[in-house]
Design a protein around this ligand. Sequence first.
Ligand code: SF4
Length: 243
Amino acid sequence: MKTTATQLNKRDELGLAGLGSMPAEEVLSWAFERFHPRIALASSFQHCVLIHMALQVRPDVTVFSIDTGRLPEETYECARAVEDRFGIRVRWYFPERDALERLVREKGVFSFRRSPEDRRECCRIRKVEPLTRALQGLDAWITGLRRDQGGHRGNVEKVERDDAHGGVVKINPLADWTWEQVREYERIHDLPYNKLFDRGYTSIGCVCCTRALAPGEHPRAGRWWWEQGVHKECGLHVPNWNI
Ligand code: SF4
């Protein structure tokens, strides 16, 4: 019988405690065994470690991504390199046209710089709503969240109930990986990666809301750098996130 999101309330029944110490590859195998075909892998094309691992377990895995309309060229180049390398086609999701046109016509092309609320409104329209559509019909999704990214991500489990998206199961196989491990895995397998990492970036989102870091800055300091004292998240991974 397939596991449903609501059953994740009963962690012991699923034996999730044991998953916390499992290597990423085994977490993926467990996830596909449980949830295929109602499972998909989300990528923002910063790296493709999870795609590389997942394809070895499920060559037909669905890889999806959100095109906010403001992504850097390097992200598209990484996506294209991944498609070429692995012979896959990414399933892209875009913002809902009417909502985006309304936002830009009423508030301008840089509305997100006005206030945290305006920034979250932009993220909601360009990212959160498309993600909600991408998750429709799924029992589980796979993300590249890592605890070493800090903030809300400091407590992510390898498998958790995603209350931000109706209780769907969220699989984070790299939760206990460090950034150095990601880069080492890329080197060993000669994988495509986002070339902005060669120019001082450590976290990559929309081009207008991401900058390279100065020495000693927190890895996510380059995201929405003009905001102070608010969570550096776009709402994709934060429960009960509202504008
Ligand atoms: S990261 Fe910036 S441009 Fe992208 S959706 Fe959020 S506020 Fe809008």
